[in-house]
Design a protein around this ligand. Sequence first.
Ligand code: PEP
Ligand code: MN
Length: 355
Amino acid sequence: MMEETLDSWFLDLFKDKPLLMAGPCSAETKEQMLSTAEQLKERVDFFRAGVWKPRTRPGGFEGVGEIGIKWLAEVKKNTGLKTATEVANKDHARLAIEGDVDLLWIGARTTVSPFVVQEIAHQLRGTDKIVLVKNPVSPDLSLWIGAIERLQKEGIEKIGAIHRGFSVYEKTIYRNDPQWQIPIELKERFPKIPIICDPSHIAGKRELIQELSQRALDFNFNGLMIETHCNPDQAWSDATQQITPQRFFEIVGQLKVRRKKFEAEEFEKEIKTMRCEIDAIDQKIVELLGKRMEISDKIGKIKMQNNVCVLQRERWNQIMKRATQMAKEKGVTPEFIEKIFKAIHQESIDRQKGQ
Ligand code: PEP
Ligand code: MN
């Protein structure tokens, strides 16, 4: 990600260190909150817990509500930890501010709704609390930007973003596909705004959290929000992705925070050479794609002349099978190759249809 100086509110609090936020997906009981917070207090900057839980489908646990704000206050009193919760409408925003929650975030299902974001922004007008905006559930950069702009317009100064991955129709190994290029582009548009990563909601399962967290730091994200529960398997929401405080410490202990600038000249030279190699490979990729399209256009013509349907499912299955097999041999994930080949195939079909 582009390196620029971050907003001063963030630098004053964290300098070069990543912000660490942990705590349960949902506030469930006072005991669960206090026990989790007590175990985390040495290492985290913010204790998170959702008290209002927007659920995609009805019938799930929708949060303990206002009482949870009181429990957060108790966490702060007992452990000294700063607190964080999700606000999904203007009443939540008011109650969180009245309850002295230190950091509020707008959830992915709310960021998609400009009227609701506007109402929350208005309610928070001029607040000195930190307000973070999660990306919208859909891979739509404009909605994310729009929500940030609405907060800026209401004079809120401590603004940040949270990347929690995107809903996509195709199944991937993730609960929410990371699509890293989207937060990277957000960072390019708003270089001063810190972006933290929520690997828990990207992963959907605890086994993936470590590698996603490291990936986020490699991309120069400014912090992590990780769902952590004193008894994850018994959690009332998102049980499969929550981890114990002990596991949280292990993960954080193993993370490598990359240097922001390459100091040694040697190192810079090496990177330059490799970038040239990458440029050359990219050129080849584009050339080969051009050639492939030319051939497929010719096939398209023959199909037209013989009145044959453009989409030949059997042939397509063969191509995919071969490509994913080759991918495995080359150490590339079949999911990645599948995505690329779907795009290539789509383009070929569109061109053939257009003939
Ligand atoms: C959460 O952080 O618990 C949450 C509901 O996240 P999201 O809005 O990313 O789904
Ligand atoms: Mn959750």
